[in-house]
Design a protein around this ligand. Structure first.
Ligand SMILES: Nc1nc2c(ncn2[C@@H]2O[C@H](COP(=O)(O)OP(=O)(O)OP(=O)(O)O)[C@@H](O)[C@H]2O)c(=O)[nH]1
Ligand SMILES: [Mg+2]
Length: 240
């Protein structure tokens, strides 16, 4: 016999509230939180490595990187930025309590907190991690039909990064097709094409992030207590 139990409560409501509080707390510190979601191997860690190289210590960056097992991604990132591995054991997505605990192990405050979610185009779409921006990375080797097939992930993202564009000459992948497919689902989605390997499009991505952070700060009722002075990089220092 099947017994149906009616649950008169949104089971994710507590998590959403926790995520909203986390977002507000980090907003007040001037930290833009970016949740990077994608299939396994789409190029999330490579994009973060290219971002760290491009900014070259200009900002205070921290990364929480999720995987089922191993510290491999955190080890790749640590030469460029503080990175804490969140190992889930078997869970196919990150949840906000793990993110809050992970942040305690990173230096504070930060200008940008990146969260590399578990490689999965399904479950991470349903979990608010307190991010200001959700960025879905889709690589040219995965096919240009993915937005239509995994609509929730693209509907809940503000940005679609098309990665591994250096492989475009060799794979059947249409940039126009993938962008129009994504815009059918999320008309406002911003799209960027990058190659982390060849360092193409990373400047536009970084400048998009800088603008997003400036807008987030401008929307606050009072300025953050720990604003980064936007120090010029050594190469930009005026000659003595
Ligand atoms: N050709 C090419 N290969 C890339 C590029 N970016 C990443 N790769 C390769 O793609 C593979 C996966 O890259 P990762 O950055 O580890 O991908 P990921 O999404 O972080 O992977 P998981 O964390 O395991 O889900 C590696 O072999 C990278 O070298 C790129 O721009 N061009
Ligand atoms: Mg990775």
């Amino acid at each position: 016999m099947v017994t149906i139990i009616s649950v008169q409560k949104d089971v994710l409501e507590d998590r959403r509230q926790l995520a909203a509080e986390f977002r507000n707390r980090l907003s007040r510190l001037g930290t833009l939180i970016v949740n990077i979601v994608a299939s396994p191997g789409a190029g999330k860690t490579s994009l973060l490595q290219a971002t760290g190289r491009f900014w070259n210590q200009r900002y205070r960056i921290g990364v929480l990187v999720g995987d089922l097992a191993t510290e491999r991604d955190a080890e790749r990132l640590r030469p460029l930025m503080p990175a804490e591995q969140l190992t889930t054991g078997g869970a196919c997505h990150l949840e906000i309590p793990l993110v809050i605990r992970g942040l305690e192990k990173l230096p504070q405050p930060l200008d940008f907190l990146f969260i590399e979610n578990i490689g999965n185009l399904v479950c991470p779409a349903s979990h608010d991690l307190g991010e200001h921006l959700r960025v879905v990375v889709l690589s040219t080797t995965e096919g240009d039909d993915k937005p239509g097939k995994y609509p929730k992930m693209f509907r809940t993202s503000q940005v679609m990064i098309i990665s591994k564009t250096d492989l475009l000459p060799w794979v059947p992948f249409s940039l126009d097709q993938v962008i129009s497919d994504a815009r059918l689902i999320q008309p406002e989605i911003q799209t960027m094409a990058v190659s982390a390997l060849k360092n193409v499009g990373i400047d536009s991505w970084c400048s998009y992030l800088e603008t997003a952070r400036e807008r987030m700060i401008a929307s606050l009722a009072s300025p953050p207590t720990s604003l980064c002075a936007l120090q010029p990089t050594p190469s930009e220092q005026p000659e003595q």
